[in-house]
Design a protein around this ligand. Structure first.
Ligand code: 26Q
Length: 814
């Protein structure tokens, strides 16, 4: 936003801040807190966003001349807004100066922002990166979702256990949104369908819902980097309809009416904190339908505003489904077109399929959404009828192709074998023109496993779009010192074209550049060390290797493999085997789904092992362990720039892509990883020699399982592993409690679903090699530079361009 920089002076910024200090915070400078200043600065910057970009926003929504991409996602993990906006406007220094001149600590001021945690993890953050990249690449886009009052819980650690606290992100208000009650939409639930005949003798279905709820759009304008382009994030908040008040006075049941009002407002109350594990909760289905219906109605309104008829829907909108969470859109769009706009079924079906694209994010069978038909019948009776109709027509059309193969027909059906559930992935596949996975390996495995039958039926519908992350937030903002060094050498072009980082390769062997590179890493580590001390009381040595695993806690992500290796290393140090060892700080962070017992026990394990190791004076100058509480976008941005080693150690074939792997590598961490998700492509890009590979590959995992995996045999043949299992079982890390970790040990010894024991030895050996490389500082730094220089592919801008080309048929304007 050159204009902002050119036209706004420090004095004007100060004026804007002081104005808001008074008008928004009701404060005078003499007694204002740092938080008051944060609020004032945020409002002042938000003013600029609306004043400078408002026109562009209107143009984007109302201009007839382009196709609009509408992203449907139940989650957006957007992170703090102020710093990112300043990066986009290239106004960081300007505002830093203004705030400093007002006598306020700029960094403390930035730190006041509570982030909206409206997502669980990767999928929600990906949605936020994509909305950011649409703005920067000039792709007209609206992200539709839910404005949860409580986002992902905030995590505290009490005696080593995770404790969930409500996320009151709205406590101080949220300066970045504009509620637009005049644009509210109505959504129905329950009731029944009435069939009647219209003037032309056609049957018309009219859904008579039992309950109605209003969706209030809360708009967040997302600025581009370096242009006036924007994206719009439109999140809906549920509110009771006015009808409640009528009922109350007509029937004298005032309490009942108010109670119903409260119940309907519950829809947007809280984000469900489970990922990768489907749970068929009624309120969750209500959330999904609520925001999808609001979104599609909003699109129809935009169409009308542009003077276009509904028959233009597919030309006007490319709608992308972020996993199956919004897949009820298939039935809702059909309902709106057929029941409300009287479009013939076949034509409506054509529109629906041409409009929708479906992105899959998981191969784990337990994560696939299958909703009980009984729940559907109760909540969305008309949609159930529509889904049955879609299914009947679909199965009728494929039966001739597979006449003798009833198994195939059963697997393709939108209804499960017992006739009890709706398979949302099947609905999404049938109802969209494009289906994609999120990394090469994932897309290939989708075609071979969960979506195999659909791939055989419609191979032309399948695509891969490897995930990416935004370089604005995850490098320019998170790592400002490194950004300054990079800019000095190659200019700022990489911020919009990440492939330009390649130009850093010519400095990889330059001793002075290496020295500066390493000095910046050290500074970032000092900053993280200070935060670790503040949050956990643990002191860590910034000169040790920072070995980082940050992501949701899940057995398939194998944080416990990390812990087993850590114990192996601890045992070696205890035995005095210190030769060739690089002093190491193992940093793990992530939230466990509140109902996922083993994941929570893994957190307890990490903290218990940390307690023993950190307090052992024989070893604690060489090895430390930190569980960093409450991993979030905000904390992530302190962790990524400080990482030396990035742990991406999921069982091959289980991680769809991963995006933390990209954020860490982009900040100069080297990866230790399996051939899983996007690791495969990261390794391809950075070069095999700059990536620490270990472990079974997908085919081997499958083969060993087929042939009968006996996890115990790996323990029996490896004394190191035997020793660790014995320590866990005999209370060495649990103050003598032999029962505490038994569920974990049993899971490993008896099933080991994720092949932790099978991969342990390779992982341990790989770590020992890494130490050798780390001890050679020059060569480590060189590898770090190569990693960053070769991360061009993993920009979300590249991903958005691919979606535009292959799926949305939109030409990016920038
Ligand atoms: C579904 C139904 C009911 C309740 C919750 C859910 C639910 C919520 C969130 C299911 C899944 C999620 C989140 C999944 C997720 O984050 N997947 C990750 O997506 C990333 C972006 O593509 C990938 O990089 C990761 O590999 C993948 O695990």
């Amino acid at each position: 936003m050159d204009q902002v920089r050119k036209t706004v002076t420090v004095e004007e910024v100060k004026e804007g801040i002081l104005k808001h200090l008074l008008t928004t915070q009701g404060q005078i400078p003499e007694i204002a807190s740092t938080n008051d200043y944060y609020q004032a600065v945020a409002h002042a910057v938000h003013d600029i966003i609306l004043l400078k970009l408002g026109e562009n926003l209107k143009w984007m929504v109302h201009n007839k001349g382009h196709r609009l991409m509408c992203y449907l996602s139940a989650e957006y993990l957007i992170g703090p807004q102020l710093g990112n906006s300043l990066i986009c406007f290239d106004a960081m220094d300007l505002v830093r100066q203004a705030v400093t001149e007002l006598g306020v600590d700029f960094d403390k001021m930035l730190d006041c922002e509570d982030e909206p945690g409206l997502g669980n993890g990767g999928l929600g953050r990906l949605a936020a990166c994509y909305i950011d990249s649409c703005a920067t690449t000039g792709v007209p886009a609206i992200g539709y979702g839910i404005r949860y009052e409580f986002g992902i819980f905030s995590q505290e650690i009490h005696e080593g256990w995770q404790v969930e606290k409500a996320d009151k992100w709205l406590r101080q208000g949220f300066p970045w949104e504009t509620a637009r009650p005049s644009l509210a939409l109505e959504v129905g639930f329950g009731g029944h369908t009435q069939f009647s005949t219209d003037a032309e003798g056609r049957t018309v279905a009219v859904w008579q819902p039992q309950e109605r709820v209003k969706g209030i759009p809360c708009d967040i304008v997302v600025p581009a980097y370096g242009s006036n382009s924007v994206s719009l994030l439109r999140l809906f908040k549920a509110e009771a309809t006015e009808a409640f008040h009528f009922d109350a006075f007509n029937f004298g049941n005032y309490y009942g009416a108010v109670n119903d009002k409260v119940l309907s407002e519950n829809i947007s109350k809280v984000l469900y904190p489970n990922d990768e594990q489907f749970e068929g909760k009624q309120l969750r289905l209500k959330q999904q339908y609520f925001f999808v219906s609001c979104a599609l109605q909003d699109m129809l309104r935009i169409l009308t505003l542009q003077g276009l008829g509904v028959e233009h829907f597919a030309k006007k909108f490319a709608v992308q489904l972020n996993d199956t969470h919004p897949s009820i859109a298939v039935a809702e769009l059909m309902r709106l077109l057929v029941d409300q706009h009287r479009i013939p079924w076949e034509e409506a079906w054509e529109i629906t399929r041409n409009t929708l694209g479906y992105t899959n994010h998981t191969l784990l069978p337990e994560a696939l959404e299958c909703w009980p038909i009984s729940l559907f019948a109760q909540l969305l009776p008309r949609h159930l009828e529509i889904i049955y109709e879609i299914n009947q027509r679909f199965l009728d059309s494929v039966r001739p192709l597979y006449s003798s193969d009833t198994g195939k027909i059963q697997r393709l059906s939108l209804v499960d074998d017992q006739g009890k559930k709706i398979r949302m992935a099947n609905l999404a596949c049938v109802g969209s023109h494009a289906i994609n996975g999120v990394a090469e390996l994932h897309s290939a495995l989708l075609q071979q496993t969960v979506l195999r039958d659909f791939y055989e039926l419609y191979p032309e519908k399948f695509f891969n779009v490897t995930n990416g992350v935004t370089p604005r937030r995850f490098l320019a903002l998170a790592n400002q010192e490194l950004t300054a060094l990079i800019n000095e050498k190659i200019g700022q072009g990489w911020i919009k074209d990440l492939y330009k980082l390649k130009e850093l390769e010519s400095f990889a062997k330059d001793a002075d550049f290496q020295r500066r590179w390493a000095a910046i890493k050290l500074n970032n580590k000092k900053r993280l060390a200070a935060l670790i001390a503040e949050r956990t009381g643990i002191s860590v040595d910034p000169n040790s290797m920072f070995d980082v695993q940050v992501k949701r806690i899940h057995e398939y992500k194998r944080q416990h493999l990390n812990v087993l290796q850590l114990i192996a290393q601890y045992n070696r140090l205890k035995r005095g085997e210190t030769a060739g060892f690089a002093p190491r700080t193992v940093i793990i962070a992530g939230k466990a789904a509140p109902g996922y017992y083993l994941a929570k026990l893994i957190i307890k394990l990490i903290n218990s092992v940390a307690e023993v190791i950190n307090n052992d004076t024989d070893t604690n100058s060489l090895l430390k362990v930190v569980f960093f509480p409450n991993y979030s976008v905000k904390n992530g941005n302190v962790i990524f720039p400080a990482a030396d080693l990035s742990e991406q150690i999921s069982t091959a074939g289980k991680e769809a892509s991963g995006t933390g792997n990209m954020k860490l590598s982009l900040n100069g961490a080297l990866t230790i990883g399996t051939l899983d998700g996007a690791n495969v492509e990261i390794r391809q890009e950075v070069g095999n020699e700059n990536f620490f590979l270990f472990g079974l590959i997908t085919e081997e995992v499958e083969r060993i399982k087929r042939e009968g995996y006996r996890p115990r045999s790996y323990v029996e043949s490896n004394p190191l592993l035997q020793e660790i299992i014995d320590q866990l079982s005999s209370g060495v890390f649990s103050r003598g409690d032999c029962e505490l970790f038994r569920p974990l040990v049993d899971a490993l010894l008896n099933r080991d679903e994720y092949m932790v024991l099978a991969d342990f030895d390779a992982y341990d050996k790989c770590h020992q090699q890494i130490d050798q490389v780390y001890l050679n500082k020059k060569s480590w730094t060189q590898m770090s530079i190569f990693n960053v220089a070769r991360m061009g592919k993993f920009s979300s801008d590249r991903a958005i361009r691919e979606y535009c080309r292959d799926i949305w048929k939109i030409t990016p304007q920038l």
